[in-house]
Write a protein that binds this ligand. Structure first.
Ligand code: NAD
Length: 354
């Protein structure tokens, strides 16, 4: 199994180094993997004047899975848009056809007090947000800034979803729901948007193929409210690109730290790109204080979804739990009485617990 490793920018290099340690530990236990590194984001721009250098896309296409750190940094903020680090992300998702983005929001018992909500609201929380990743208003054309006949300038974007785009992500959602509690809530804005009305129609149609799954629908504004009011009512949430972007960040805070949240982005054949949900955190980059657990847990997702290696996926997740039980914490999840460690020491603790 070949894994393309793309550390990217900021804390990306630090956290990916810890995830690589975990992979190396599994390799020394017999897991047959090969890691190959390449640049993306600002690092891609620095190396090849492109946030997604040709060589990086090629390596990723030829690999079985991609492990990504994060992209972005203050020094790239003034570059023209096509050269910005985030374009590397959008392009690799599109280039690999990664249309299904899985973001679990799971509250570990040890971190229940890190949540911004009351412990009783989040204790035992386990939600899977499935966000469509390659369509919607983020990719719709036309878009731009134009001057109207009356001389006023206007910014505009286009929201659209084709039937096949909705169908394929709905199938992924129902299949995930079948492996969990057979409950899925599709989130849209069908009371206002035609795109959403169409989304709801297709999801309802696909649901007929999964009669065991209880499907509900919710408007996105209500979903945003319900997520902080009573988050445990949700199991799988299926939604489009822009709504999923916002709701999954909201859900991440329920868990206490964005530094704990892994993600998987899959194509039609379960080839995937795995990355933490957070960004490159330039404010703490280079200080060895970032939390590497989201990236390490992304490796667990890689083993589960792309390599169908449930045993090793659970082994990593159990190691992370064990480290938390031991009271070992990076600064973002640290509490009085716990042992505060840096990024590298946290990686080492997980490897030891493995
Ligand atoms: P961010 O996620 O990088 O940081 C938000 C806050 O969370 C910061 O205070 C940061 O220090 C903290 N944080 C994030 N990850 C952490 C970790 N592992 N451990 C401890 N603390 C952590 O988001 P931002 O500040 O809005 O964006 C910074 C840069 O990252 C921007 O250039 C942005 O475009 C980029 N970004 C990239 C991705 C990605 O690569 N997938 C996602 C979001 C933002």
């Amino acid at each position: 199994m070949k894994i393309a490793v793309l550390p990217g920018d900021g804390i990306g290099t630090e956290i990916v180094a810890q995830a690589a340690k975990v992979l190396e530990a599994l390799r020394s236990d017999g897991l047959k993997i090969e890691l190959e590194y390449a640049h993306i984001g600002g690092a891609g721009y620095d190396a090849a004047k492109d946030p997604l250098p040709e060589a990086t896309l090629k390596l990723s296409q030829q690999s079985d899975a991609v492990l990504l750190g994060a992209v972005g940094g203050y020094q790239y903020d003034t570059l023209p848009r096509p050269m910005r680090p985030e374009q590397g992300l959008l392009r690799i998702r599109k280039g690999l056809g990664l249309f299904a983005n899985l973001r679990p929001a799971l509250v570990y018992p040890e971190l229940v007090n890190s949540s911004s909500l009351k412990p009783e609201l989040v204790s035992g929380l386990d939600i899977m947000i499935l966000r469509e990743l390659t369509g919607d208003i983020y990719f719709g054309q036309p878009r731009g800034i134009r001057t109207l006949d009356n001389g006023e300038r206007q910014g505009f974007d286009t929201m659209h979803y084709s039937e096949s785009e909705v169908r394929r992500v709905a199938h992924v959602g129902f299949q995930i729901a079948m492996k969990r509690n057979k409950k899925m809530c599709s989130v849209d804005k069908a009371n206002v948007l035609d795109t959403s009305m169409f989304w709801r129609e297709i999801v309802t149609e696909v649901a007929k193929e999964y009669p065991q799954v209880e499907l509900s629908h919710m408007y996105v504004d209500n979903a945003a409210m319900q997520l902080v009011r009573a988050p445990k009512q949700f199991d799988v949430i299926l939604t489009g690109n822009i709504f999923g972007d916002i709701l999954s960040d909201e859900a991440s805070m329920l868990t206490g730290s964005i530094g704990m949240l892994p993600s998987a982005s899959l194509d039609a054949n379960n080839k995937g790109l795995y990355e933490p949900c957070h960004g490159s955190a330039p404010d703490i980059a280079g200080k060895d204080i970032a939390n590497p657990l989201a990236t390490i847990l992304s490796v667990a997702m890689m083993l589960r979804y792309t390599f169908a290696d449930e045993a090793n996926a659970q082994r990593i997740e159990n190691a992370v739990r064990k480290v938390l039980q031991q009271g070992i914490r990076t600064g973002d999840i640290w509490q009085e009485g716990m042992q505060k460690v840096g990024c590298a020491a946290m990686g080492a603790a997980v490897v030891k617990a493995l």
